[in-house]
Design a protein around this ligand. Structure first.
Ligand SMILES: [Zn+2]
Length: 195
């Protein structure tokens, strides 16, 4: 039975690499893969899934207004055997529902890789819908600098300070993200408040 899969993890938990490995495994068996990613993620080019270990593949860039079920239906003749989505937290809840429909109507497995929460530890709307609708939910793990499991995607400014306020999706800033455990994330904020 085809399933909707959500494989989530903090930054640096090899989500993009896993997405590309999953694609490779299906293609090796002669199956056709539709690789997609939200247009909101333009860090490495809007139409590329890139992993820092050096893998990359071209992907269809999906903007917020696009209907994934409609696109899938329109392309039925070049039938996809599997759908793989990277950065799935940036899809709208409606788009997650469209992916659910693809699984149910066409019996095609859909793999979504993405973040659970933003830099304020709040869930992305797309991730909320994935937790609600996925048949299979798996955590991909990564470690904090202290060795504990990282669960927070800390937003860090150019000076290395942890930022806890601002837009959920920030494009084109000087900020970067670091996986941290909750304890170290709190500690980093306390240190800044003292300074
Ligand atoms: Zn830590």
């Amino acid at each position: 039975m085809a399933k909707l899969y959500f494989r989530y993890g903090a930054m640096g938990s090899s989500k993009s690499a896993q997405a590309l490995i999953t694609k490779f495994n299906y293609e090796e068996r002669g199956m056709r893969v539709w690789l997609i990613k939200p247009a909101a993620d333009t860090r490495y080019g809007a139409d590329k899934v890139y992993s820092r270990i050096g893998l990359e593949q071209r992907a269809d860039s999906i903007s917020e207004e696009m209907d994934l079920l409609q696109i899938f239906r329109d392309r039925e003749r070049e039938f996809y055997d599997v759908v793989i989505a990277d950065e799935a937290q940036f899809f709208t809840p409606a788009q997650i529902e469209q992916l659910r429909e693809i699984v149910d109507r066409y019996h095609v497995p859909v793999f979504c890789f993405g973040l659970r929460t933003d830099f304020r530890t709040r869930m992305f709307p797309g991730s909320v819908r994935l937790f609600e609708l996925a048949d299979s939910i798996t955590e991909l793990k990564t470690v904090c600098a202290c060795g504990s499991k990282a669960t927070v995607n800390a937003r860090v400014d150019a000076e290395g300070n942890v930022i806890t306020e601002g837009e959920q999706v920030l494009l084109g800033g000087n900020e970067s993200y670091q996986p941290m455990c909750h304890k170290c994330w709190k500690k980093a904020q306390e240190k800044e408040n003292e300074a």
